[in-house]
Write a protein that binds this ligand. Structure first.
Ligand SMILES: Nc1nc2c(ncn2[C@@H]2O[C@H](COP(=O)(O)OP(=O)(O)OP(=O)(O)O)[C@@H](O)[C@H]2O)c(=O)[nH]1
Ligand SMILES: [Mg+2]
Length: 238
């Protein structure tokens, strides 16, 4: 075969591969939209059910290791004696977080998402269909730690809270605006470390407010307990 012909065939092959990819892409986008729509319908059902039982519910999302579980441990300590609490923990694997929180005498359920990088309404629906909801006053969901995927799926909770900490640096909010747009509260945690790390916390607060002027920004330390009462107040739990 002449070299020119070979080159032509190669171009054709690449073109048809590209075309196939484009067809796949359209199909994938269509399917993703469908899944998103179904997720939102299920989330709405969950919301109605929880409202029916007068349960306050919170979706805690945030960066890996920012202190979501540590904050939930503190909230469970403070609220546990008076309120009946369920904490649903999402992680790729293990039940480490659920075991930690369970020590605070609240009920916990761990969901392992495997390859999925966030919880979705299907996961929560399975739980709300199979437990006695009337037992609970408050449900907390700790989503899988990351600042990107959870923005794709609402879970039907009353409030979304996004947690970051000073250890991720002052650019973390500016670089991940979507979750802050969709949240009622932003927590900046680990403020006990702010002097050692020299993080510009004012920039973090300003960024959150610029992205979402209605967001309440609460500074906490799950280590010392600073800011936890303020957080409970902002959550309507005091
Ligand atoms: N100094 C300090 N350390 C904290 C604080 N909050 C959490 N930590 C520590 O940070 C580490 C991660 O905390 P976790 O509560 O597991 O964080 P997480 O966001 O639940 O982590 P993932 O679920 O793995 O995403 C642990 O070693 C905590 O003890 C805080 O306010 N100050
Ligand atoms: Mg955790």
């Amino acid at each position: 075969m002449a070299k020119q012909e070979k080159d032509f065939e190669r171009v054709m092959e690449l073109e048809s591969r590209k075309l196939a990819n484009e067809i796949n892409r359209e199909e994938i986008v269509r399917m993703q939209k469908e899944v998103g729509k179904n997720n939102d319908i299920i989330a709405l059902n969950i919301k109605q059910k929880l409202n029916h039982y007068d349960i306050k519910s919170f979706d805690i999302v945030g960066a890996i290791g920012s202190g979501k579980t540590a904050i939930l441990e503190k909230l469970a300590e403070k609220l546990g004696p008076k309120k009946k609490i369920l904490v649903i923990c999402g992680d790729v694997t293990t039940r480490l977080d659920a075991d930690r929180i369970q020590k605070k005498h609240v009920d916990t359920i761990q969901i392992n998402t495997g390859r999925e990088c966030a919880l979705n309404a299907y996961h929560i629906n399975k739980i709300t269909q199979n437990i006695e909801l009337e037992k609970y006053d408050i449900i907390f969901v700790e989503n899988v730690g990351n600042l990107i995927c959870p923005s794709e799926f609402i879970l039907g909770m009353d409030m979304r809270i996004t947690v970051v900490s000073v250890t991720e640096g002052e650019w973390v909010i500016e670089k991940h605006p979507l979750l802050f747009k969709m949240s009622e509260i932003a927590i900046i945690n680990k403020i006990d470390l702010v002097e050692r790390l020299n993080t510009d916390i004012n920039k973090m607060v300003k960024d959150a407010k610029k992205i979402n002027p209605n967001i309440k920004v609460i500074q906490t330390s799950a280590r010392t307990g600073e800011g936890i009462e303020k957080l409970m107040n902002a959550m309507g739990l005091l």
